[in-house]
Design a protein. Sequence first.
Length: 98
Amino acid sequence: MIPKIIKTEKDYERALARINDLVDADPDTSEGDELELLVTLVELYEKGKHPIDLPDPVEAIRFRMEQLGLKQKEWNHENKNRYFKDSSGDEAEAEERL
């Protein structure tokens, strides 16, 4: 397969199949270079055709708490600081929604 700009879902599926074939390619080989190029092309296509929105911050916290097996009553200052880094410094709104 000659890598090219991905314009259609068919191109996208073909590129994904080829990536699957090349997944074990060694770096700095022709197959490794092809893999790297295809991954870049797929990422570019996905950004335009399959964008992923950022999650709601509170939903992200709930999801992370579930992953960690934490219950609402365990949402205390120590655990917040241990598991969640709040860059904004405003936790009140998030705590009200939890």
